[in-house]
Design a protein around this ligand. Structure first.
Ligand code: C2E
Ligand code: MG
Ligand code: MG
Length: 318
């Protein structure tokens, strides 16, 4: 018990055996370590025996981590922006910044492949700072062009724990001369559960700046109702997984309906992610979903193209 909060810990165990996996301490330790990471990747609180294929995976990760370390300096990142629109009018009110990594010495690597490594190595802190700075500068350019567009930024749990994210947001907004109210921070629900105390403070901090907070991938983690009450977030984002099976799967429909009802009852905004078909949009609208985002509306694109796109779509509807 610490300051009235009950903290719980869990352990992930990796096991290496002598002499099969090695005879020297360092060697065994390193292999047990590799097996431990395999445990962590599978689930919390489990054990895994080392096997040689893990070594290849570990080498590949190590190599990727080394290249990731150079990526910022080599200017290999860029942000794309995916429009977020009102479900009924399809007017754009914002855009989500999505990170892209194009290494100079190889093919593009998707976020799903490098974000976990950036988190494990702590590199997500400087990378995440770059994202926030870029996002703020984009907001500045929109404001200069008279474009009314809020930018949503993905922030990882590691950034919450290992850096002062509120201070970073404040500084980047100030440097770019933009109002934090034009930023929304997206946190995944697993992040909130992993460290409820830090999360609550950070959410309060972000909100006191004037920015808003969305819970990303809602429905895929714990979906705890207790934290929804505890954390004063502004929006839930329904994970694309549910949206994609809306037209074929009754259970997915029930889940989406429940999330929308929940959001309405708690007076939260709601965005459906990964909307790909007109049928899905029609269903989401009928269910009362306020905002949508997905390939049906637009793929992620460079920031200046969003402005042009917004001008065209919103103008043609005015
Ligand atoms: P997310 O935040 O849930 O972002 C939505 C993902 O769905 C994006 O994948 C987007 O390109 C994709 N998407 C959008 N519309 C559709 C659609 O209609 N169909 C399908 N199949 N997919 C769609 P992306 O860009 O590969 O990013 C994956 C994840 O990586 C993001 O999920 C987010 O968790 C993470 N990520 C991306 N950028 C950042 C970042 O700057 N910082 C951090 N910490 N994480 C990031
Ligand atoms: Mg997101
Ligand atoms: Mg998501």
């Amino acid at each position: 018990d610490i300051e009235g909060h009950t903290l719980s810990t869990s352990a992930s165990v990796g096991i290496a055996l002598a002499p099969a996996d090695g005879e020297r301490f360092e060697e065994l330790m390193q292999k047990a370590d590799t097996a431990m990471y395999a445990s962590k990747a599978r689930a919390r609180g489990t054990f895994t025996f080392f096997n040689p294929t893990m070594d290849d995976a570990a080498k590949a990760r190590h190599d990727l981590a080394n290249r990731l370390r150079l990526a910022l300096r080599r200017d290999e990142f860029r942000l794309l922006y995916q429009p977020q629109v009102f479900a009924d009018s399809r007017r754009i009110f914002g855009a989500e910044a999505l990170l892209r990594w194009d290494p100079i010495d190889g093919p593009s690597i998707p976020p799903s492949a490098f974000i976990p490594i950036a988190e494990d190595t702590g590199l997500i802190v400087p990378i995440g700072e770059w994202v926030i700075r870029q996002g703020c500068e984009q907001v500045r350019r929109y404001a200069d062009a008279g474009v009314d567009c809020r930018v949503a930024l993905n922030v990882s749990g590691v950034q919450l724990q290992r850096s002062d994210i509120v201070e970073t947001l404040r500084r980047c907004c100030r440097d770019a001369g933009v109002s934090p109210s034009l930023l929304q921070v997206e946190l995944t629900e697993t992040v909130l559960m992993d460290d409820a105390i830090v999360s609550q403070e950070v959410i309060q901090g972000i909100k006191s700046l004037g920015a808003t907070v969305a819970i990303d991938d809602f429905g895929t983690g714990y979906s705890s109702l207790a934290y929804l009450k505890q954390f004063r977030v502004d929006k839930l984002k329904i994970d694309g997984m549910f949206v994609r099976s809306l037209d074929s799967d009754q259970d997915a429909q029930a889940v989406v309906t429940a999330i929308i009802t929940l959001a309405q009852a708690l007076r939260l905004d709601i965005t459906a992610e990964g909307v790909e078909t007109a049928e899905q949009l029609v269903m989401l609208r009928a269910l009362g979903c306020g905002d949508v985002q997905g390939f049906l509306i637009s793929r992620p694109m460079p920031g200046h193209e969003v402005a042009a796109y917004l001008d065209r779509t919103n103008m043609s509807m005015a």
